[in-house]
Design a protein around this ligand. Structure first.
Ligand SMILES: Nc1ncnc2c1ncn2[C@@H]1O[C@H](COP(=O)(O)OP(=O)(O)OP(=O)(O)O)[C@@H](O)[C@H]1O
Length: 265
């Protein structure tokens, strides 16, 4: 194991995945240390959300291994759940709980106890939800629901943040605030794994960018030719492979055409 891996909180080691017979990811290696952010980018269907689910132990990889804090990741392990905060499930909320009640539920479940009220109040203000604290989700805009989901992740203790397109449905100001918040988390030693379609978000927050690129049938494992635009859903097996992209200049989608390192460590 490398020194990098020794210090890493999250390690993806040769991770591959398939749905049925269809390969989606192959040989993905990356690691994230405390205070670092790895951004996943790539076309629709390239496997970003799948890799996030593998990273938190929601699904098991078909090959390779995911380790969190030195042990195979297991979402069912309460100790692991206590340290990993996620925003991955679109629309995961209760219709009959107010915004404040959602945040209180998460805060109390994660042991905030007497501090929960104050922390939740701060979080509501930070996410511009103060005026909607006592509103049910059904009366929120889609951007406000996203803000609530982010606030619910931030309100609880965490060492690793895993975010699937956290920018979605946010306006420009909210996106800028999200970037600031993520940078603060990094400064506090939180590790971040996120999938995004926004070059500005990845460029501002990520230490490394892993671009997942589907390629045509018959080229499993990547042959270094870059794979073009990765095709559409009918183009091939949908296997993704990582392409190097180091910050601060995220590679534009399809901006490939050079040898492809198999990891972003
Ligand atoms: N539960 C599933 N069962 C079968 N196939 C799936 C499943 N989830 C995802 N896929 C397929 O796996 C591939 C990768 O999907 P994934 O959602 O990981 O991509 P993504 O990069 O997150 O896409 P997007 O940018 O659109 O969110 C897609 O071809 C998708 O159809």
């Amino acid at each position: 194991m490398s020194a990098d891996h020794d210090a890493a909180l999250l390690v993806l080691d040769g991770v591959g995945h398939r749905y049925g017979e269809r390969p989606v990811l192959d040989g993905i290696s990356a690691s994230i240390r405390p205070g670092e952010c790895l951004a996943l980018m790539g076309d629709n269907g390239s496997g970003k959300s799948t890799l996030l689910r593998l990273a938190v132990g929601r699904e098991r990889p078909a090959s390779g291994e995911v380790r969190f804090a030195g042990a195979p990741v297991d979402e069912d392990d309460p100790a692991t759940r206590a340290r990993i905060a996620t925003v991955m499930d679109v629309g995961a909320h209760y219709p009959d709980l107010t915004v404040r009640e959602h945040l209180m539920l998460v805060a109390v479940a994660h042991g905030l106890g007497r501090d929960a009220d104050d922390v939740v109040d701060d979080m509501l203000v930070e996410h511009r939800l103060g005026d909607h604290a006592d509103v049910f989700p059904g009366r929120l805009s889609s951007g406000q629901i996203q803000a609530m989901s982010l606030a619910a992740a931030f309100v609880r203790p965490h060492d690793l943040l895993v975010l699937d397109e956290p920018e979605q449905r946010l306006d420009a100001r909210a996106r800028a605030e999200l970037i600031e918040r993520l940078l603060e988390h990094k400064a506090d030693g939180v590790a971040i794994l996120l999938a995004t379609h926004r070059d500005d978000l990845a460029g501002a927050v990520a230490d490394r960018i892993l671009v997942l690129d589907r390629y045509e049938a018959g080229t499993p494992g990547g042959d270094g030719d870059g794979g073009g635009d990765g095709g559409d859903d009918s183009a091939g097996p949908g296997t993704a492979r990582p392409i190097d992209a180091s910050c601060p200049a995220p590679r534009p989608h399809g901006g490939v055409g050079e040898p492809a390192p198999q990891s972003a460590r």
